[in-house]
Design a protein. Structure first.
Length: 285
């Protein structure tokens, strides 16, 4: 059971569920529907877990070549590929049905689109082009839209503001990981920017640019009336901290500076969501 749990990547899934919860809260147009909220989070968790399992099934051969992934359940031989495939399909379907019947069709379709882009576009592109990260950031930024759609039944500019923050956040986050493990990714045939960018100059520019753009993107919810001045001030402070860490990484380009940037990104997102929810102004009914 521990191996099947590992297939679901629980540490990533909780971040996805957290983003969906924030989207749900900000998408409310009326009273709080506790059961719908629970169904929305369960459905999101199932679909995220199923996508993770299917991704590991798809990438089992490249995972076997990398030090950081070769001990995953499939390449290590603890779970047969066929069983992993069946497991991933089953819990993905369960998540879709949970979202559809427990929340609404809009949320279920957002979940399905997330899965389709992640597995149908991002995963195959990882071994072909460094631009795969930009494509993968699309499904990566979908969780708050799933929660928002579950609460409101639709998507609007407020939902897109949440999408923009999460889309930009992923570049410094994943490029920091990519720089720390660039040799390993190269062994696995994963063409991340950090693999093809030998001196790190392009990686540094992309990390810096996206961290800089996170500051105005973080102000989007305040500009759209989703959150107040307390959130606005806090988002600028958090964005400045992220940018400072990105600049350190850009100058040094060391594993240590990349690890610091990674930790900053991991702290940034929950802190921003907490500020947003503490100073939230949910949509009017």
């Amino acid at each position: 059971m521990r191996d099947y749990l590992q297939l679901t990547k629980p540490r990533i899934t909780w971040l996805i569920v957290m983003s969906a919860a924030a989207g749900y809260y900000l998408g409310r147009t009326g009273g709080w529907d506790a059961w719908q909220f629970v169904h929305a989070l369960l459905g999101t968790a199932w679909m995220a877990s199923g996508t993770a399992a299917l991704n590991q099934w798809y990438e089992r051969n490249s995972d076997a070549l990398m030090l950081r992934t070769r001990n995953r359940p499939i390449p290590a031989g603890r779970i047969a590929p066929g069983r992993a495939l069946a497991f991933g399909v089953a819990i993905s379907l369960l998540g879709f049905v949970e979202l559809w019947l427990g929340a609404n069709l809009a949320a279920a379709l957002c979940g399905l689109i997330t899965l389709a882009i992640y597995l149908g576009a991002y995963t195959p592109l990882k071994s072909r082009t460094p631009w795969a990260t930009a494509v993968g950031a699309i499904p990566g930024a979908m969780p708050p839209l799933i929660g928002y759609a579950a609460a409101s039944g639709t998507l609007d500019a407020r939902a897109l503001a949440l999408f923009a923050i999460l889309w930009l956040w992923q570049f410094p986050h994943f490029l920091a990981i990519g720089w720390m493990y660039r040799e390993d990714y190269g062994r696995g045939g994963i063409l991340m920017l950090t693999v093809v960018d030998k001196d790190g100059s392009r990686t540094a520019r992309q990390i810096t640019l996206c961290s800089l753009l996170l500051i105005p993107a973080g102000l989007g919810p305040a500009a759209l009336g989703m959150a107040g001045s307390l959130y606005a001030a806090g988002s600028v402070l958090l964005g400045g901290t992220m940018l400072a860490s990105a600049l350190r990484m850009a100058r040094g380009r060391t594993v240590r500076s990349a690890r610091l940037l990674l930790r900053t990104t991991v702290l940034y997102l929950p802190a921003l969501y907490l500020l947003m929810l503490a100073n939230a102004r949910p949509a009017a009914g």
